[in-house]
Design a binder for this molecule. Structure first.
Ligand SMILES: C[S@@+](CC[C@H](N)C(=O)[O-])C[C@H]1O[C@@H](n2cnc3c(N)ncnc32)[C@H](O)[C@@H]1O
Length: 203
């Protein structure tokens, strides 16, 4: 594997779209349908936050709208968490498994959308993470209801990061009105990439 085809950040290998194994999956017909065609930068905001705050090994992690699953894999590698991913697009899941493999980690993932995550399902998890998953108005509505179910399920923390697209700002405002223990953390990163945005944390 040559340096040009992947980058290394937060202890993870993240393959570029020109990497032979990524191109092979595309050739096999795994073409992402809802923007899950690459790794998105807001995950770095949560990685940077969690690196400082730390989470216990016993926490079960659910990454929603997981795409290539790097946030879940980060928790598995950094803290030893069991990580699980869900995404509405089944075509992203082979890319997640490829990243699990190249990073020597395990992460189970399945095709599910936000609306399908019931209170019973969510009760298996301690923390829910999601990055760049709130870019349409309907997503803000679905995520607000999902956070309500997560609270009823006893999930301890929900963290959603975004570069502050309008639906995300609506979601944050609605969470502040509806729930207690809501925090908005502003993050600016210079490395591994220039990235900025907010992390919505509902505890
Ligand atoms: C912009 S990508 C971000 C992917 C990943 N979180 C990252 O940071 O690299 C948005 C992801 O959300 C997924 N998605 C979109 N709508 C969804 C829904 N209603 N339920 C679950 N996943 C959804 C897409 O398939 C896609 O993988």
């Amino acid at each position: 594997m040559t340096q040009r085809n992947y980058r290394q950040a937060f202890g993870l290998k993240i393959l570029n779209s020109n990497h032979a194994k990524v191109r092979q999956l595309k050739k096999e017909g795994y073409v992402a349908e809802i923007h899950g065609n690459k790794f998105w930068n807001s995950s770095f905001l949560i990685m940077s936050y969690l690196k400082k705050q730390r989470i216990p090994k016993k926490y079960k992690v659910l990454e929603i709208g997981c795409g290539w699953g790097l946030l879940g894999l980060f928790c598995a590698r950094e803290f030893g968490n069991k990580a699980h991913g869900i995404d509405a697009d089944k075509n992203v899941l082979p890319y997640l498994q490829l990243h699990a493999e190249v990073n020597g980690q395990k992460m189970f993932a399945e095709r599910k959308n936000f609306n399908q995550l019931t209170v019973e399902y969510l009760s298996q998890f301690d923390i829910i993470l999601g990055a760049d998953i709130c870019f349409w108005d309907e997503m803000a509505e679905q995520l607000l209801r999902l956070i309500g179910r997560a609270k009823r399920a006893g999930v301890r923390h929900v963290l959603i990061a975004d570069p502050c697209r309008p639906p995300f700002t609506d979601l944050s405002m609605n969470c502040e009105q509806k729930f207690e223990n809501v925090e908005l953390v502003t993050k600016f990163l210079r490395r591994p990439v220039r990235a900025s945005g907010e992390i919505l944390i509902v505890s």
